[in-house]
Design a protein around this ligand. Sequence first.
Ligand code: 5GP
Length: 214
Amino acid sequence: MTADGPKIDRRGLLLVLSSPSGAGKTTLARRLIESDSSISSSVSVTTRTSRRGEVDGRDYNFIHAETFERMCDKGELLEWARVFDNAYGTPRAPVEAAIAEGRDVLFDIDWQGAQQLSEKMKHDVVRVFVLPPSHEVLEERLRARAQDSEDVVKRRMADASAEISHWPEYDYVIVNAHIEKSLAGLQAILSAERLKRERLDGLTAFVRDMQKAL
Ligand code: 5GP
């Protein structure tokens, strides 16, 4: 028994966030991690070069294409995909350790990764798709990032449209108009999913012991 009541063991869950870029997913993910010490981010490996402000080992593990291929061949990646012109993948070992220890993991991965994780770890995955509030807002954000190159904006809009087409494959959808409201929604999803009977491995023993004493 702890101060919060009895401790019932549970499996960790895998919270997958996908969205087109420009929908505010990264901010939402960061805010969730800051607000909840029981969930941590999966750090992907990628062959792309780091952007200004990104930290190797925190935002991604930046690796060479040969290393990526070797990890892939050895089965060290739980899922992987080509997104734009680069390869991205989720290292398997930290995720499996987290689930077994009852820790939750947050994934910022695209629809291809979400599909692969769902196939491999169906009962542990919770999928959330983040939509922008309107096409105007999305375009505005993509323009700000692309710094006026019309070709780049057009390509990003097309990529966003392709990513958005996968929204029906997700368990939950958040339309991200207000970050605080979206964060509250995401926290509610996480709280409810943590209470799912199937995840509570320790429940059978807990109830059995209670019934024995009655
Ligand atoms: P960026 O290069 O902007 O950081 O990420 C580009 C896209 O790749 C984003 O949609 C992001 O969610 C996705 N992504 C990042 N890491 C992974 C990963 O490990 N696997 C998959 N499938 N997608 C990823």
